[in-house]
Design a protein around this ligand. Structure first.
Ligand code: ZN
Length: 300
């Protein structure tokens, strides 16, 4: 019996076959089959000004040997450290000679868009945070502020490269459309999104709920650090992978979420971080609603 077929029978219709993990810790070499010429990439999204969460995620990804970071947007909004998060992401997208990593990517999120245009469609808590962020990024040294605003202004809504595409929200509406688990029952919405894909996999964030959506309707929600999983995508089988949120998880698990991709396998990572420190940062800013600190503890 072919291996793929026997794995299918063992695993059931999950839509992919887990690559066994070694008993003693994470084996990064497993993520890099020699035939795949793709940099080991960490996909981070929805950092939302949460510096303790971002620092924890980046340190973990670097320890796993990642060669590149792709940030799917919403670096700012909600959290109290938008400047620190932006400065760090600017470093991550810098040329290889600057940081030793392959040049990264950062996309435009709806919070960056609201920051530069209008937050009038946001709920009151999100709007208050955007207004505070706008002021925060105007304090301090003028030349540095201008560099931050130039970076924000340079962000693109989506990116495509051989083997993968990236958007903040969805393939169809890269900045604003949410993809949530309930959408698996909305065949028209899913079909329209898969029709917009030019590569077999699209990585998204925005809903803050990690998941894999396949074109054939199969669906998977990771619950912990899981993988590497062979996505098993190709010309006739596409997948949309939501990497979850670093700075404000909303799937009931307060641990930060990010993902790794090597061109073929995806690994979901969940990590505890110093939530209390992120909450203190928010509460130290009177203009930021306390609710934004409270929700970090429950992951909603
Ligand atoms: Zn977000």
């Amino acid at each position: 019996m072919p291996l793929a077929r026997s794995l299918w029978i063992i695993l059931g219709p999950l839509g992919f076959a887990p690559v066994p993990r070694r008993a003693h810790g994470f084996e990064t070499s497993r993520l890099r089959p020699p035939h795949v010429d793709y940099p080991l990439t960490a996909l981070i999204s929805d950092l939302h000004g949460n510096w303790p969460a971002l620092a924890t995620a980046l340190a973990d990804a670097e320890a796993r040997g990642v060669e590149r970071f792709v940030c799917l947007g919403d670096v700012v909004g909600y959290g109290a450290k938008p400047r620190e998060c932006l400065e760090r992401v600017i470093q991550l997208v810098a040329p290889e000679r600057v940081n030793g990593l392959k040049p990264g990517i950062c996309l435009l999120g709806n919070h960056e868009q609201a920051l530069m245009q209008s937050a009038s469609e946001f709920n009151p808590n999100a709007r208050a945070a955007i207004e505070w962020t706008r002021e925060e990024l105007s304090r301090g040294e003028r030349a540095r502020n201008l560099a931050l605003w130039d970076f924000l202004d340079s962000l693109q809504p989506s990116r495509s490269e051989p083997g993968a595409m990236f958007a903040h929200g969805s393939p169809r509406d890269p900045v604003r459309e949410y993809l949530l688990p309930r959408d698996i029952r909305d065949a028209a919405k899913m079909r329209a999104n898969f029709a917009c894909m030019t590569e077999p996999v699209c990585f998204v964030g925005h809903s803050h709920v990690p998941a894999i959506y396949y074109e054939d309707g199969t669906f998977y929600r990771p619950k912990d650090t899981e993988g590497p999983y062979d996505l098993a995508v190709g010309e006739h089988r596409k997948a949309i992978v939501n990497v979850g949120s670093v700075g404000q998880p909303r799937d009931g698990d307060p641990r930060l979420s990010y993902a790794l991709f090597d061109g073929r396998h995806v690994t979901f990572v969940r990590l505890a971080y110093d939530i209390a420190a992120a909450q203190r940062d928010i509460r130290a800013q009177g203009a930021l609603p306390g609710y934004l600190a409270d929700r970090l503890a429950v992951g909603h």
